[in-house]
Design a protein around this ligand. Structure first.
Ligand code: PLP
Length: 438
């Protein structure tokens, strides 16, 4: 189903049908499940999302970086619907099938590192994080897990302990899993530290507070997602990885948000000269179908015994077929280059807005993973109120914008790589009007 790639606001936002659905939702869906915008969507294609009232939004969030190659991509739809009629479920741990193996081969080919790799497929990002920890613990015989401040790794019992923010992710949900340690990371805009200095601070913490001999793994997002698209200072990640390698600690890159072509490379680690022992994929890997992966050094991945890894739906054939189609489209349409095209338009526009509006404290990111951090002008004081005003203004004018950040003061841009220059420029125009109206 094709949808005209055009912004169109026909009703108040939310429109009457959305308002009616919201009432039903409030009566039937648990309050703990919230939505950033009470607009009910009906269809989507490319970079446009259509709501139940017929409004068309330019989507700069892609369902948090999931629809990287575009909504209802034709190749993904064809692969998934074809697979649905062939084989919907078999459970790989009972009787295997080829598509699971093919996804593992593609991940081995496209993740960083030129060594023998193996993969386990799962259903969600959090499950990939959990499995990486299981594998690292089994391999090292150690229990400790270190994560970085401002990280987001999920909402399950183990991963909420690994996630930085208490509210809304941890508050009231304890006791939290033990042996998880939060170390300071690198946040150049706020800490002003060089990569080597920030790495020295992290390493001192790891050595003094945990001790390398008790540490199974360090889990880090090469570019933090939920934390506000924080790009570490130059040299930080490489120094951290070198310390892990020297101390027998498994270095895990959580690339669930930053991976799968979002930054113009298959994995953001490549921008930092880092080749992680284990790499995690999820969000963008299958054009919206639920599948996730842990991929890494064969000797680490093979540490757990047979039966130790898996899950009923994990590596589902329909999701696996979609993932194969996504890899195919990234190659066929040279989508890695599209991330650079988007950066080339969006980043200068954001820098121009920063010159005009000192409420924009920082512009950062790589490829189609860009962000602005809003502050009270001339300070580092977070300005989440301005973020709320801008995202609300954008929604009223047919642009979906996502916020992020520990302080809720970041606007993140993760458009589909299929977005046209025209749509992107139009969305930037709305953003500019939003700042003018602040
Ligand atoms: C979204 C995300 C997760 C969790 O993935 P789910 O599929 O929501 O469980 C983990 N890590 C990062 C970096 C993420 O962006």
């Amino acid at each position: 189903m094709k949808i005209e790639q055009q912004r169109r606001v026909l009703t108040a936002i939310p429109g009457p049908k959305s308002v009616a659905l919201q009432e039903r939702r409030l009566a039937s869906v648990a309050a703990g499940v919230s939505s950033a915008l009470p607009v009910f969507v009906e269809r989507a294609h490319g970079a446009i999302v259509v709501d139940v009232d017929g409004n068309q939004f330019i989507d700069l969030g892609s369902g948090i970086g999931v629809m990287t190659i575009g909504h209802t991509d034709e190749a993904v739809v064809a692969a998934a619907s074809g697979q649905l009629e062939e084989l919907t479920h078999a459970m790989f741990t009972i009787t295997p099938y080829e598509s699971y193996v093919r996804v593992a081969e593609l991940l081995a080919e496209h993740t960083p590192g030129d060594w023998a790799k193996k993969t386990v497929l799962l259903n969600s990002g959090a499950e990939a994080v959990e499995n990486a920890v299981k594998i690292a613990r089994h391999y090292t015989g150690r229990a400790g897990v270190a994560v970085l401040d401002h990280a987001y790794h999920g909402r399950t019992n183990l991963t909420m302990a690994m996630t930085f923010k208490a509210m809304p992710y941890k508050t009231g949900f304890g006791p939290l899993a033990p042996s998880v340690f939060h170390a300071p990371g690198s946040y150049p805009f706020r800490d002003g530290l060089s990569g080597p200095d920030a790495a020295a601070r992290t390493i001192t913490y790891l050595e003094k507070s945990i001790g390398a001999s008790d540490l199974a793994c360090v889990v880090a997002e090469p570019i933090q997602g939920e934390g506000g698209f924080v790009v570490p200072a130059e040299g930080y990640l490489a120094a951290l990885q070198a310390w892990c390698t020297a101390n027998g600690v498994v270095f895990v890159a959580d690339e669930i948000q930053s991976g799968m072509a979002r930054t113009g490379r298959y994995y953001a680690s490549e921008h930092f000269g880092v080749e992680p022992d284990l790499v995690l994929s999820a969000k963008g890997i299958a054009g919206g179908l639920p599948i996730a992966a842990v991929t890494g050094r064969a000797e680490i991945m093979d540490a757990p015994h047979a039966g130790g890894l898996g899950g009923t739906f994990a590596g589902n054939p329909v999701a696996a077929a979609a993932a194969i189609a996504v890899f195919g489209e990234i190659e066929r349409r040279n989508l890695l280059a599209e991330a650079g095209r988007i950066e080339g338009i969006l980043k200068p526009a954001l820098l121009e807005l920063q010159e005009k509006y000192p409420v924009i404290g920082d512009v950062r990111g790589i490829g189609a993973m860009l962000a602005i951090e809003l502050v009270h002008p001339g300070t580092l004081d977070p300005n989440p109120v301005a973020v709320g005003s801008i995202t609300a203004f954008a929604a009223q004018h047919g642009v979906l914008l996502l916020s992020a950040g520990t302080f809720g003061n970041v606007i993140r841009f993760l458009p589909s790589l299929a977005i046209s220059d025209e749509l992107l420029r139009e969305a930037i125009g709305v953003l500019g009007e939003g700042f003018a109206a602040l």
